[in-house]
Design a protein. Structure first.
Lengths: 424, 432
């Protein structure tokens, strides 16, 4: 029985209990959320000993970090280090997006090293193996796709991004709309190429029940991949994106009927005046399923600083309903991130998530800032460091700045006079 | 000689207005009307020679300001000038010299010479420092001495002066009654309060506001009305002291305009996401549409070391809500003083916030993004680097993180979505 089916039957599983403890809410709140589909707890039936990460309405906004080899950078050791950096920086989940070298081997490392839920995008492996075995992505067979999903589920992957909500309705709308950057999702690009070349419907859409059967068996959470997410602000909220969201909404209902936990992936590049509408549309069309956004990036022109453009968008998206924020690193649009990029990316996403949590009224969020404010007002530097989102960094500054307190005005210090006035 | 504002009221389009209109791509008459109404300011001291005028206000691109200044024995004028150069290179629209220590006159003159952007200062810092030298305590500063420093700075050519004119006893009592969490936030404001308590007198900048306006009028200096009660933590946002001060600030805006002195209002600070719109709207209403110059705002208190990011979030949303001028916050905020690299990054973060707001407010602003997106689609790397907000950083990161990759980038390597889709959607592919 999957977690969703258990919740529907009224059972509170150990994961739900742990989530309730983490969030300071009643276990029944978590159960009801999982049963209704507004909360997901990604954890493969075979996976043991990970920190629970509940995602959804009423809970702290969670942060995901991406790692993985590529054809141009195949260094599993570095990727393993990136996992450790991401988790120690506070990532709530990671995704292994490997497309280079020994993909199976890398996945084993990811699952072994990560103490948090691990996600993947199985179509990458299916596409790349099709190139190797059959000479091209377009030669991939539907069997290849389902085998990759099954293999990764059996390996213990907790959540999978699968681009099921891409069909010819969406592709046709894309062609008619005339986008600036067409498709920027790698999985979406593989599948669109496959569909156009083979003149066949997307098997992951057409045989969606087969996808669900595999996921149900291993209790894998489905993350409906956003094949058609806008890759620039000019493409935001266009016909193709909305069509994709309409299809995703239908699939959310079908996944829930089968007892499979489901969340929906979202953009991408979104100007700030589109963020609230994007979130509202997703929530409405996808029946309040948790929303997993990449960024969102507020502008297109800041390569090298996209952790910042994403923090702007992510804070706003979180405040308007996004539940899960995928980090964006300073290397985005330029190359594969290194360890330092991963650390900064996780921090920026956590800042955005926390700013959103304060706006959403998530339990404990406001109190964290209040404690910091009191520590600052009482000039308690050690407390300030301890409360900081990155205590090590703050201690590093404080080491350098060990100045004596100012004594230039002696007893007639203006600041002391003000303090005395307030303490009277 | 009449001020910029007086000339606008008389229907004259000055060379400054013309230049600003050219830079913004709007009609000069739009600028003139904005200056006349007070919704646009063009800070430019009559005595300033080397300046390329900048307009700040309604209907214009959101501007950013970078702060430098001598803070202690470790700082040098050359070091601060290097920060000015870095800030200008990174694209700042204005610079503030906030020196509180050492050769403050020398630092100011060096900063004025080093940039063609408008330059602002906070003259009370110098007045307090000189009183400390002279009497052994800043609180012993004489009112005449304070005005002498203000005049000295104006006579040097400073374009805008930040002054805490509305930090009155009424606001001090409001802060105390409502139990502010953090009452020592604004350096200038806190020292003025200390002065008021020690001397048991009203804030001289409030009491002698007309005397201040006279100086501003004489040199055509833009007044930047500073907020001594800007919230220093989320818990103090929109508290009684802040709002009380804003009410007083609104009255002073009206009085400045009567004297045909250009005026803008400074704002917070630490503001939770959910307060940003209300904060900006209150300022716009109470201060009669005067340009709003906000410091950040940072949207959380818990991220020292990353306040360039917390401020970019707040700055984007505040500017979208109507703030027109963003004071940068560097990664060193709350921890120490920024180095040259942090100054550069702080300016870029503020510019990102400003542009995110511009895109939301004015469709024309997104043309830049459109060009970048076309270059991305075409995998035209030279063009992408050229269009980047910080081309040096983008170029360096691409080389480091995509070393050996040619056509696409190392993130997706051979499986670049742009490349794959280009093949099948039958569109033209880029050439690298």
């Amino acid at each position: 029985m999957t977690r969703l089916l258990a919740a529907r039957k009224g059972f509170i599983t150990p994961e739900m209990e742990e989530a309730a403890r983490q969030e300071g809410v009643d276990p029944e709140f978590i159960r009801a959320g999982v049963a209704a589909g507004t909360i997901v707890i990604p954890k493969n039936r075979l996976r043991k000993g990970i920190r629970t990460c509940a995602i959804g309405r009423g809970l702290r906004t969670k942060v995901n970090a991406l790692i993985g080899t590529s054809s141009d950078r195949d260094d599993p050791e570095m990727e393993a280090r990136k996992i450790e950096v991401a988790i120690s920086a506070g990532a709530d989940a990671i995704m292994d997006l490997s497309t280079g070298g020994d993909i199976d081997g890398m996945r084993r490392v990811s699952l072994e090293r990560a103490t948090v839920p691990v996600g993947s995008v199985p179509i990458y492996q299916a596409g790349i193996e099709a190139i190797e075995k059959r000479g091209g992505i377009v030669a991939m067979t539907p069997e290849d796709m389902f085998e990759a999903i099954e293999k990764q589920a059996a390996a213990g992957i907790d959540f999978m991004a699968i681009h099921c909500a891409l069909n010819f309705e969406v592709v046709e709308r894309l062609q008619k709309t005339g986008r600036v950057t067409d498709i920027v999702s790698r999985g979406g690009a593989f599948l669109t190429g496959w569909m156009l070349h083979n003149r066949k419907e997307n098997p992951l859409y057409e045989e969606f029940d087969r996808v669900l059967d595999i996921l149900r068996e291993y209790d894998v959470t489905l993350s409906l991949g956003d094949a058609i997410r806008p890759g620039c602000i000019a493409d935001s909220l266009d016909g193709a994106q909305i069509q994709g969201l309409l299809v995703a909404g239908e699939l959310v209902v079908r996944a829930r009927e089968k007892g499979v936990q489901v969340m929906v992936e979202g953009p991408g590049h979104v100007p700030i005046h589109h963020v609230e509408t994007t979130m509202l549309l997703q929530k409405q069309l996808c029946h309040q399923a948790p929303y997993f956004v990449l960024g969102t990036l507020a502008i297109d022109v800041a390569p090298g600083y996209d952790h910042i453009t994403a923090a702007i968008g992510g804070a706003l998206a979180g405040a308007s309903g996004a539940d899960f924020i995928c980090y964006v690193t300073p290397a985005e649009h330029l190359g594969l991130p290194a360890e330092e990029d991963v650390r900064v990316g996780v921090m920026a996403a956590r800042i955005a998530a926390h700013a959103a949590d304060i706006a959403k009224g998530v339990k404990g969020a406001w109190e964290w800032d209040l404690k910091m404010a009191r520590a600052r007002a009482s000039l308690d530097r050690e407390a300030v460091a301890g409360l900081a989102i990155d205590p090590a960094l703050v201690r590093c500054y404080l080491e350098k700045e060990k100045g004596e307190p100012c004594s230039a005005c002696g007893n007639e210090c203006a600041l002391r006079l003000v303090s005395e006035y307030f303490q009277q | 000689m009449p001020t910029q504002m007086a000339r606008a009221l008389a229907g004259e389009i000055t060379p400054e207005m013309k230049r600003v209109a050219g830079r913004e791509g709007v009609d000069p008459e739009f600028i003139r009307r904005g200056v006349a109404e007070g919704t646009i300011v063009i800070p430019r001291n009559r005595r300033r020679k080397n300046i390329d005028p900048v307009g700040i206000g309604t209907g214009l691109r959101v501007k950013v300001s970078a702060s430098v200044g001598l803070a202690g024995p470790g700082d040098t004028i050359e070091g601060e000038v290097a920060k000015v150069r870095a800030a200008v290179e990174a694209g700042t629209d204005a610079v503030m010299d906030l020196s509180v220590y050492g050769d403050i006159d020398g630092a100011r003159r060096a900063v004025l010479a080093a940039t063609t952007t408008p330059v602002g200062t906070l003259p009370v810092y110098q007045a307090l420092a000189e009183a400390r030298e002279k009497y052994g305590a800043a609180v012993k500063m004489k009112v005449d001495e304070m005005f002498e420093v203000i005049e000295r700075q104006a006579a040097d050519g400073v374009d805008f002066l930040a002054l805490h004119c509305a930090t009155t006893w009424q606001t001090l009592r409001a802060a105390k009654k409502h139990r502010r969490v953090d009452y020592l936030v604004s350096h200038g404001g806190s020292h003025l309060m200390g002065w008021m308590i020690y001397n048991q007198k009203e804030n001289p900048l409030y009491e002698h506001f007309d005397r201040l306006l006279e100086i501003c009028r004489r040199y055509d200096v833009t007044l930047s009305l500073a907020d001594g009660w800007r919230p220093g933590c989320l818990a103090d946002s929109l508290d009684a002291a802040q709002v009380q001060e804003l009410v007083v600030l609104g009255e002073l805006v009206a009085r400045a305009r009567q004297q045909q002195v250009q005026v803008m209002v400074k704002g917070p600070g630490h503001v939770p996401l959910g307060h940003l719109k209300a904060t900006v709207q209150l300022e716009k209403q109470l201060c009669h549409g005067a340009p709003y110059f906000v410091f950040g705002p940072v949207v959380t208190d818990i991220a020292p070391g990353y306040d360039n990011i917390t401020a970019a979030i707040g700055g984007a949303l505040a500017a979208w809500a109507g703030a027109e001028f963003l004071c940068y916050v560097t990664a060193a905020e709350h921890l120490g003083l920024p180095g040259v690299e942090q100054v550069r990054e702080g300016v870029v973060a503020a510019r990102i916030a400003a542009h995110a707001a511009d895109v939301a407010r004015e469709p024309r602003a997104a043309q830049w993004d459109l060009e970048m997106s076309r270059a991305r689609k075409a995998l035209d790397w030279d063009r992408q680097i050229e269009l980047a907000i910080d081309p040096l950083r983008a170029d360096a990161l691409r080389r480091e993180r995509s070393h050996g990759s040619h056509r696409a980038c190392a993130m997706c390597g051979r499986y670049c979505a742009m490349q794959v889709v280009g093949e099948y959607l039958g569109k033209e592919q880029g050439v690298c």
